[in-house]
Design a protein around this ligand. Structure first.
Ligand code: HEC
Ligand code: HEC
Length: 322
């Protein structure tokens, strides 16, 4: 952080009375979590020639051009594992190297880790295959396959120098303030028409690439989109991702959409149909650990499915307090 930024942050704290509490909460998770390591992206092309470099670059290719290599129209039918034509980098922007663009930098270092969705300790391989089965609506890459090993090698490389259990700044897509009301798809429809439709299309179907399987702009709903069990199918994940990264080219430092518009346009996206993941009712075996915005039941509380999908979420959280 530069001195200039630091000054700005302190000025904001002095101006806003309750801001100190909010700021320290935002930066310090409840448990005594270790400090976040600084953001940096290693460059695989700086590696010496050899098998390790080849494997890491192959993994990067798989993250960037997933549809062409392992999508439903991949040239090798034996490698068609993804069920839609998204690329990993449709969401993990720029090969997973964009701060607050759901980066894959530092992800490898977090695993194995307990995850509430599975109710067990998951390995990095299980986490990758979760995205294959949900975000890419497909089937898992088999253990020991060259494609899986290459993705793991690329992710391990992106965590170079980051010890197991460490956290890296810039992970995820940020945490915008929640709305005190339900997010509103009809308000979001107007935001979509003004800010998104030019690229993603009025029908949300995106734009196919002319020269290869996959998209130039990925679809946001419909048969070729992520399924209802995917992280992006949760309103908060989508709203934060959109606020920090969309319209494409936006960065977390200079968001284009207001916080309100981000929630409402995310609601408009999530209001559309998408593939269903069989068995999602078995996710979060301990339902008290289920995120408030999981768009599918069963829930530990009596709030409606509509409120879980669109908010407001504060009342749900308050009711869950022991
Ligand atoms: C439709 C969007 C989407 C696509 C496509 C997608 N992912 Fe994800 N992925 C997510 C979201 C959302 C998360 C959750 C991020 C978080 O919890 O901060 C995630 C999380 C992950 C994580 C865990 C990150 C961490 O820090 O714990 C890994 C690893 C991962 N994805 C790998 C992949 C790979 C490899 C592919 C391609 C085969 C892929 N993803 C495709 C949306 C997507
Ligand atoms: C300039 C073109 C452009 C505009 C405008 C744009 N997007 Fe995107 N969007 C992209 C591209 C390209 C990607 C793939 C990721 C990347 O390369 O940055 C993407 C990815 C996404 C994704 C994740 C991938 C998926 O398929 O679900 C979501 C969600 C999304 N955009 C929503 C929006 C919303 C909502 C708006 C309007 C606020 C918007 N985008 C505006 C080009 C655009």
């Amino acid at each position: 952080m530069t001195v200039r930024h630091r000054r700005k942050a302190w000025a904001a704290l002095l101006l806003a009375p309750g801001a100190l509490v909010a700021a320290s909460r935002a930066h310090a998770p409840a448990s005594a979590a270790p400090a976040e390591l600084a953001w940096s992206v290693p460059d695989p092309t700086s590696l010496p020639d050899g098998e390790a470099r080849r494997q890491i670059l192959r993994g990067e290719e798989l993250v960037r051009h997933t549809a062409a290599l392992i999508g439903p129209q991949a040239s090798d039918p034996a490698r068609r594992y993804a069920g839609n034509n998204l690329d990993c980098q449709s969401c993990h922007i720029d090969g997973g190297t964009r701060k607050f663009g759901l980066p894959l930098v530092g992800a490898y270092a977090a695993y194995p880790v307990y995850r509430a969705r599975s109710g067990k300790i998951d390995t990095i391989v299980e986490r990758i295959n979760d995205c294959l089965m949900r975000s890419l609506n497909g089937s898992p890459l088999p253990a020991g396959s060259a494609d899986l090993d290459a993705i793991v090698a690329y992710l391990q490389f992106l965590s170079s120098g980051r010890p197991h259990g460490s956290r890296t700044e810039g992970q995820g897509a940020g945490h915008i303030a929640e709305l005190p009301r339900a997010a509103d798809p009809s308000r979001g429809k107007a935001v979509f028409a003004a800010q998104c439709a030019a690229c993603h299309g009025r029908n949300g179907a995106g734009q196919r690439a002319a020269d290869r399987p996959g998209y130039v702009v990925p679809p946001l709903w419909g048969a070729d989109s992520f399924n209802d069990g995917a992280g992006m199918a949760r309103l908060a994940s989508a709203a934060n991702f959109i606020h920090a990264n969309m319209p494409d080219g936006t960065t977390w430092e200079r968001p284009v959409l207001s916080v309100e518009d981000a929630w409402d346009v995310a609601a408009y996206v999530e209001a559309h149909p998408r593939p269903h993941k069989a068995g999602v009712e078995h996710d979060f075996p301990d339902r008290r650990g289920k995120p408030v915005d999981a768009p599918y039941g069963p829930y530990a509380d009596g709030f409606s499915a509509h409120q879980h999908k669109y908010g407001p979420f504060a009342p749900i959280r308050a009711a869950a307090q022991p």
